[in-house]
Design a protein around this ligand. Sequence first.
Ligand code: NAD
Length: 356
Amino acid sequence: MSNLIVTGGAGFIGANFVHHWRKVAPGDRIVVLDALTYAGNRANLDGLDGVELVEGDICHTDLVSELLESRDIDTIVHFAAESHVDRSITGPDAFVTTNVLGTHSLLKAAKTAWLDKGSGRPHRFHHVSTDEVYGSLGPSDPAFSETTPYAPNSPYSASKAGSDHLVRAYHHTFGLETTTSNCSNNYGPFQFPEKLIPLFTLNALSGRALPIYGDGMNVRDWLHVEDHCYGIELILKKGRIGETYNIGGGQELPNIEVIAEICRGVDAAFAADPGLAARFPDAPAAQGRASVELKSYVTDRKGHDRRYAIDETKIRSELGYAPKRDFPQGFTETLNWYLKREDWWRPLLIRAALAA
Ligand code: NAD
């Protein structure tokens, strides 16, 4: 049995991980440490027994130290971050504070509790990072492997790269038992509707434009969040200390193909369920038209990376990882979740409209 702190566990991937871990290790103690920024949501943890949510900032080392001691924590799974590239372009400070200084705060507290106080207990600091730290690929470049040199291009990816280096240094210098995973673009339940898939899905349901950056040919690898959580589970259980593992979905797609799949999926859902037209009367699909009509090309994001691709040979061969879904299947599951959970996303849209 383990006692875990999951930082950022009220956010998208963190909450999915908490749900996942509850299923695979029901006896473990889970403390979620989350500052509940705009991206954090208590409702993401609804229905989970025995999960303690502590509202707090990872930058507060004393708070983290107190939790490590009082809850007898032996494992930190670190998701908390500022995570949206567009926001890092308009306001990079929060990214440096949370992603770099916040990660360092956690590392310091973990070192004190697990090494300096000399308990000698087995422990783990697992750091969740991104493939964006590797930079941008040309059309025929080989996919990112764990040995690809770092070349972050946005304030977001630069701050994540900084945090990755600190985790590596705390292992190398002090012997902290760390692992790191760098994953591709996630999608699935509980994703805040500022990221491509939930944003475009909800826009298609409400007849709003689908704003495509540049020529829409930026390529990403798409990973269903549940497959990502499974990858992290394997690393926690069998990963080698001090190592880094890439986690991908094996679904490299240009944005315009992802958007085409979203439009196809929404149109098919309306065709299969006539009740959707009454619930979402502004959707083109409710009026017998195609969602693809909503496509609208907008000025490209500054410094927009062209292509990311993940070589996941290491986690496949060492830990037996394989994603369980392709993109069409994963998107259908995700669309069905958003259609069912209007109670989850409607208040977020209202809150975002009021804040604008
Ligand atoms: P998210 O933005 O949905 O959630 C982040 C969570 O962290 C929120 O609950 C927020 O309240 C919390 N948080 C932010 N600042 C905090 C602070 N100072 N102290 C405590 N909590 C704080 O992010 P996500 O998409 O779930 O991403 C989780 C992790 O995975 C991040 O580290 C991100 O860099 C990484 N990642 C995400 C993706 C993706 O596609 N979403 C891809 C690769 C890597």
